[in-house]
Design a protein around this ligand. Sequence first.
Ligand SMILES: [Zn+2]
Ligand SMILES: [Zn+2]
Length: 403
Amino acid sequence: MSALSEIYLDLHQHPELAGAEVRTAGIVSAALTAAGYTVTERIGGYGVVGVLTNGDGPVVWLRADMDALPVREETGLDYASTVTAVDADGDTVPVAHACGHDMHVTALIGAAQQLADSTADWSGTVVAIFQPAEEDLSGARAMVDDGLLDRVPRPSVVLGQHVAPGPAGMLFYHPGYTLSASDALEITLFGRGGHGSRPEATVDPIVMAAAVILRLQTIVGREVAATDQAVVTVGVVEAGTKNNIIPETATLKLSVRTFDPVVREKVLAAIDRIVRAEAAASGAPREPEIVTLYSGPATYNDAGALDTVLGAFNKQFAGRVMEIPAGTGSEDFGQFGAAAAAPAVYWFLGGADPQLFAPPADLFQVLAEIPSNHSPEYAPVIEPTLTMGVSALVTAARAWLAP
Ligand SMILES: [Zn+2]
Ligand SMILES: [Zn+2]
């Protein structure tokens, strides 16, 4: 077993929740230091950055995320996580790398090592960024807010990858908007509580919430053009304690997904307008409160930068690079390129057993049936995922780093 796969197994068996990546950051820091990188720790929480300057040339940022999820691993693997941790609410929860970020960390460590071992072949600067707290879309922002751009050389390009349920050994990409922007909102509607038998003496926030929920459905149906894309989901409705009490408040939690920033602004403005208007229509005694719990920009592949990466990928990995449709999942990778006003490229790394896709199996049929990221049953096969993950990062970085 290679030293790199030992690191993977170690990370997989010691997953840490978003914002608690202290052990993972220590492993990253030690590996980067050993490879000759200048390391800065604790940027935006447990963020770690390694810089390797090797003459003149472009500055390439390579990014991996480090956090795991509150999921009980049910992969049946002999190296499955049995870890529990106390979450931000004080609850003890199982923890697993159900999104594969342990693979991202290991692949970036491997790529950083390979680039450090081949400095005679390239010129420029490599910046390896290990961000905390991707799952709540806060880590990239936290690193930027903690002065990342002033603490390391500014990027010519930002590169990142995510393991996905495609066949291991393959790479997948989408031009332009690759992953959606995500906005999580919490809406509190204020009524006036009272006895369930005397609605005339109350303002019922439950009826108000019901009207809001239905009207919100008209945003995608009636306000977003058929050629644009958006999702507005009400995932939480909370109100009331007893059948004969009209409560004081109702709370809704929304997940909003969009691609185009213009559509994003339009959808968010429509939500604000509808919530306030329905509250007014109900005679609410107080304006509703609308709080953004977290948000992340869309992941966008710059056309020119993607061409550069694809040119290198198609040469190095002929026949193993495939275009796929955009996804409605979200990432905070886009924060780095946006903050630095630099182009970014983000691709997917197949992580599923290639045997599952052997002919005559249909690729998309298999994809629909196998566990995907965030499932308790999700884990990539270690090889060839890891080797491809390292090679993809090195190949993409070298497309910029002049010989
Ligand atoms: Zn995830
Ligand atoms: Zn992820």
